[in-house]
Design a protein around this ligand. Structure first.
Ligand code: PEP
Length: 254
């Protein structure tokens, strides 16, 4: 049984006051949510206060990125142990914005995932093809390569602690969601790839869909057999919208 996981990726939005105000409004809206895991990934600057405001709630804290090194001369970077310090349960790695804007590759993503697991933080590993790659019929090649490369350093014994996020780049922030069928096709392919790498454990690994998820499309997406949650950007910035995503999901999966 895979517990659905709904995660908000706020990217470079919200100062500390705005982030805390979101949490104060959001928590009562999801107080009755059961059978789902809820995660908020604010910017680094708001992690501490958001973590304090979430204390005692069912909502977990995540970072949007991490450096794989434990400490040292890496100006501007944040180590996994520092995220432990702030109470992070999850960290997003390999988001397409990190891959495409900052040139991060699968080797670096793999190191980040392993470094997080070593500190008992669960990585949310993002993969996804661009529009050009999809149109050139390269989707499965690209996703297969990203999976293999990004999970290369994960100890199979920890496989269930990894969350995958399939985020077609053409659907991120564009309002253009993959149809449930397109998403399911790729999710099933990802699960097959996970089975080759991790055997039976693959059936326990959650695979989120991300790309213009909204309250009015989450139900159909979540109804697909291999879609186990959502990674949400734009529609996670308002408490009402993200709570509807979380609650819709709960009704849909009941
Ligand atoms: C994301 O950034 O992970 C994302 C899926 O964004 P959006 O929901 O805005 O498409």
């Amino acid at each position: 049984m895979r517990t659905p996981i709904l995660a908000a990726n706020w990217k470079m939005h919200k100062n500390v006051g705005e982030a805390v105000a979101f949490v104060e409004e959001f928590l009562p809206l999801v107080a009755d949510a059961e059978g789902v895991e809820m995660v908020l990934a604010p910017p680094f600057t708001a992690l501490d206060r958001v973590g304090q405001t979430l204390a005692g709630s069912a909502v977990k804290l995540a970072s949007q990125n991490v450096n794989p090194e434990a400490k040292g001369a890496f100006t501007g970077e944040i180590a996994p142990g520092m995220l432990v310090d702030l109470g992070c349960a999850y960290a997003i790695v390999g988001h397409s914005e990190r891959r495409h804007i900052y040139g991060e590759d699968d080797t670096l993503v793999a190191r980040k995932a392993a470094a997080l697991l070593a500190e008992d933080i669960r990585p949310i590993v993002c993969v996804g093809e661009t529009l050009d790659q999809r149109e050139a019929n390269r989707t499965f090649d690209v996703i297969g390569g990203q999976l293999e490369g990004s999970l290369a350093e994960v100890d199979p014994a920890r496989a269930e602690d990894v969350v995958l996020a399939y985020e077609p780049v053409w659907a991120i922030g564009t309002g253009r969601t993959a149809t449930p069928e397109i998403a399911q096709e790729v999710h099933a392919f990802i699960r097959e790839g996970l089975a080759k790498r991790f055997g039976e454990r693959a059936s326990q690994i959650r695979i989120q869909y991300g790309g213009s998820v909204k309250p009015d499309n989450v139900y159909e997406l979540m109804a697909q057999p291999d879609i186990d949650g959502a990674l949400v950007g734009g529609a996670s910035l308002e408490p009402e919208s993200f709570s509807r995503i979380v609650l819709f999901d709960r009704q849909g999966s009941a």
